[in-house]
Structure formats: C-alpha cells, structure tokens
Design a protein around this ligand. Structure first.
Ligand SMILES: Nc1ncnc2c1ncn2[C@@H]1O[C@H](COP(=O)(O)OP(=O)(O)OP(=O)(O)O)[C@@H](O)[C@H]1O
Ligand SMILES: Nc1ncnc2c1ncn2[C@@H]1O[C@H](COP(=O)(O)OP(=O)(O)OP(=O)(O)O)[C@@H](O)[C@H]1O
Ligand SMILES: [Mg+2]
Ligand SMILES: [Mg+2]
Lengths: 256, 256
C-alpha cells in the first residue's frame, strides 16, 4: 500500500522543499515509485523540478477543491520513478476558500485515497504555516517529517508543531506518527549549529535522524537548473547526505 | 504623525524578523520612537528581544480581535525608544477565526489608529504567508519593506507579493507603497548571491536599497541572547549593515 509522508514545519526557510525534492529523488533511485505533491502556493517544489508556469494547468489546488481526481493532476518529471502534482499561485486562495467548505480538513485525504497502490510513497511539501493547507496534509499523512534548520529561532516553533501533530492525531488521524526530525543547513564552522543539534538530540532522542544535511552551496544552486541536487551534482556533500537520509527513512519505514 | 511599515514576504526564512528587530533598533538609536508589532504566531520577534512566554499575557492576537486597545498591549523592551507588542501561539488560530468576522481585513488598521502620535514608526513583523494576518498588516501599513534572501527560490514568490500589494492598494489602502527591497544573507563567496542580486536590481531598479545585509553568524547568534545584533555585537558586519539600512530608510521617508 501507499505511505504518505508530510514534510512540514511552520518555520520558514528550513529546507522543507529541498528535503522533499531530494529525499523523493533518492527514494526513487532505490526503485520505489514516489509522488511529490506540491502543497505550497509558492510552487517551489514544482520549480525545483524544472516545471514552467505553462505546465501547471492542473494543480494541487484543483485536487483539493475536488475539481479533478489525483490521477488527472499527476505529471511525469523525467526522473525514473518520480512523479509530481504541481502547485501554483491559485493555491494562495485555498486557505480562505476552504474555511467555509464541508470536510475542509479531509479533502486531501479523500483525494489521495485514489492513489493507493499507484505509488509506494507520496511526499507532501507543505507551506510555512499551520493553516488549512498544512492541516489537510497532516490529516492525509501516515507520518510527518520535520526539517529543522540548525538555528536558534528554528527551535522556537517546534513544540507548537508537535502539539499540532498530536491534536490532528486525536481529532482526525489516529495513525499519524512523527517519522522523524532532520537537521538541515548544518554549518560545521559555526558553534550555534552544534549547540542547536545537541539540544534537539537531547530533547527528541531517536526521533532525530543520524543523517545531518550540511549547508552546501550546490544544494541551493540546483533549483536554478530545475534539477534535484542528486542529479545536478550527485557527488557533493548535500547529495550524499540526502542519499544517506533516504536509506535511514526506508529502514524506519520497514521497522514501523 | 506615525508611519507604519509592514515587513513582509511569504517566502520563509528570508530575514523578516531579523530585519524588523535590527532596523527598528537602529532607527530608535537615531532618537526616533519605534514600536515593533509582532504579527507572527511563532513569536520570533518577541523572543529576539528576550521576552519569555510568561511576559506575553497580552499580545497582538488580543489587539487584532479588539479585546484590548493597542496601548494596553505595548511593552517596554529595555532599549531606549523601542517598544513591542508581542505575539504568541494563540495567533495561530486568528487566520481561521478572522475569516467569518466583520471588517476582517481592517481590524489592525483600526487598532493602530489609536497609536497615531505615540510613535514615529511602527514596524510590523509578518508571518511567511499571505493569509489574513499579513493582509491586515498590508491594509494597516503606509509602506511595505520586502526582505529578499539572495537565493534562487526566493525570487519565485516576489511577483505574486507585488501583485498582492497592488491588489491591497486598489481594494483597501490607496496609500500603500513599496518602501523598498532589502537583499539579505548575501554571501560574497557564492556566485549565486551575485546573480540573484544583479537580477533583482535589474528588475526593481531604485526600489532596491543600496545597503546589502551580509550573511554573518553573529546575526543568527543574537536572538539566543535575547538582543538585537546591534546590541549583541555592534561592530560586526551585520550590525553595521542594519545601521546603514536605517539611514537609507529614513532618507527615503524624508523624500517621500
Ligand atoms: N543544505 C543546504 N545547503 C545550502 N542551502 C540550502 C540547503 N537546504 C536548503 N537550502 C536553501 O535554503 C533556502 C531555503 O530552503 P527551502 O526553500 O527548501 O526551505 P523551505 O522550508 O521549503 O522554505 P519555505 O518555508 O519558504 O517553504 C533555499 O534557497 C534553498 O535552496
Ligand atoms: N544576515 C544574516 N546572517 C546570518 N543569519 C541570518 C541573517 N539574517 C537572518 N539570519 C538567520 O536566518 C534565519 C531566518 O531569518 P529570520 O527568522 O529573520 O527570517 P524570517 O523571514 O523572519 O523567517 P520566517 O519566514 O520563519 O518568519 C534565522 O535563524 C536568522 O537568525
Ligand atoms: Mg518550501
Ligand atoms: Mg520571522
């Protein structure tokens, strides 16, 4: 059956999109079939895979509002085993439009029910907020992956995110689980990175992946070439880290 | 009279909070009286000024819902000339709560009307989204300052932000103006920073401040000490850049 992982953190710029794209690519490279669902109105995941604006006629917005089935929104990415449901700016309106709709929290879950069996994994790239878009992702997901930038301010919102995951588990999705916390943009020249990483491991223990994603300029260059860093420069430290992360994630999935 | 500047960008992690805190501190150092209004449920601006959770009994949430006047929510920061309306996690609910309320877009504007004359400047730190919290800030503001990280993905959402500012100008706030775009986290070792900066200057011309904020680890350390970097380490490159930015902003304000 299909496992759905929401990549979420309301703190901005922590590596949600980068983790979704590169983890999905690394998982696809191990012969899993993976779907990326771009649920961020910025459409950064779609851009990072080279999708022009003209190729986004049918998006996650249409899926969420029930105008198309999931299958009608899925596109090929040119990367074997990796498919995409893109996003564009019409998703900005969804937060307000969904509030007065019936089943406003479960629309994505219902739409994904149509994907069961077509993919091994669905990774949802969430926007930096806890509004109805991210809530839909948490209700639809089997587990949540939380990218955490190794910076002081990034620690602040984590406890609220964990509370939100628990509230969704109690209210909508009893099977929702924290798959893990991935430390991102770790800079070994900077004491602050070490301190934050140590704090997070102390507090969350085994929930924190052993793999740490280093700050690596090749990672931030890859989106401008429309490719995951695993394809843009597969030998760089960022690409290698995401390959390690994928094997850790897949091992956890097997053990669950 | 009081000038209100919204510091906004729906892209996450681009330096909205860091710019709000440090620009406000630099402006206060020139004998202006400045109020920071934390409108982000993460409460990063409040934390960056050292405010513990227990000191946030009255927040921007209460102001927005009309439960208290602005004056009742203002706190001292210990920094001469700088005051704060804090935020905490009860603001997460505001986006959904506001949708069905009357005057949902103008509540902050009405609340700030009570501040006119008490401060020279009000800087609003916005969350990384374009939902009703940020819309309230844009409706209440005289002008918008847009921090823009020198990264490829950060370019993507700018055109939509500019469209949103124009829509708010036409629909709610005819005086709303783009005060300027400030390039942040510029890394001189990294070509990508140069390319992004060149693209932005080409497209936005004089709207881009001459001052560029460099990536500087002291800037990201300061919040863990509860101080603006201007106080934590006033000689570092980040602090100096914000001092230059303040003089550029104040010059533009005089020329407007
Ligand atoms: N390991 C890394 N090394 C260097 N740069 C990185 C790394 N990971 C991400 N980045 C860059 O940092 C910026 C933020 O990352 P990204 O956009 O993936 O975060 P996000 O959490 O998805 O942001 P948002 O909250 O806006 O959705 C991007 O410009 C990205 O290219
Ligand atoms: N010039 C700089 N040099 C180094 N680090 C910086 C700089 N500016 C900001 N940072 C760090 O980068 C991270 C993101 O900055 P900040 O939190 O101010 O962005 P933001 O746009 O307010 O984020 P959000 O979208 O979550 O509100 C923080 O950890 C901050 O300390
Ligand atoms: Mg993203
Ligand atoms: Mg912020």
């Amino acid at each position: 059956s299909t496992r759905v992982i929401a990549v979420a953190n309301q703190k901005g710029g922590v590596g949600k999109t980068t983790t979704t794209i590169n983890l999905a690519t690394a998982m696809a490279a191990t012969k899993k079939s993976v779907l990326i669902l771009d649920l961020d109105p910025q459409g950064n995941a779609s851009t990072s895979l080279g999708l022009e604006a003209a190729q986004r006629a049918v998006t996650s917005y249409h899926v969420l509002l029930g105008e198309v089935s999931l299958g009608e929104a899925v596109q090929e990415t040119g990367i074997p085993g990796l498919a995409l449901v893109p996003a564009d700016s019409n998703l900005y309106g969804a937060d307000i439009e969904l509030v007065d709709m019936a089943r406003r929290e479960t629309r994505l879950k219902e739409a994904l029910a149509g994907a069961v069996g077509a993919f091994d994994y669905v990774l949802i790239d969430c926007p930096p907020s806890l509004t109805l878009l991210t809530l839909n992702a948490l209700v639809a997901a089997d587990s949540v992956m939380v990218p955490l930038q190794c910076e002081f301010l990034a620690l602040e919102g984590i406890s609220h995110l964990i509370k939100t995951i628990e509230a969704v588990r109690k209210g909508f999705n009893p099977g929702l689980d924290l798959q893990g916390i991935v430390l991102t943009m770790f800079d070994k020249r900077n004491n602050l990175s070490d301190q934050v990483a140590a704090d997070v491991r102390e507090f969350f223990g085994d929930k924190v992946y052993k793999t740490v994603i280093p700050r690596n300029v090749r990672v931030s260059e890859a989106p401008s070439h429309g490719k995951p860093v695993l394809i843009y420069d597969h030998k760089c430290s960022g690409a290698e880290a995401y390959i390690h992360l994928a094997s850790e994630v897949l091992k956890r999935e097997r053990d669950m």
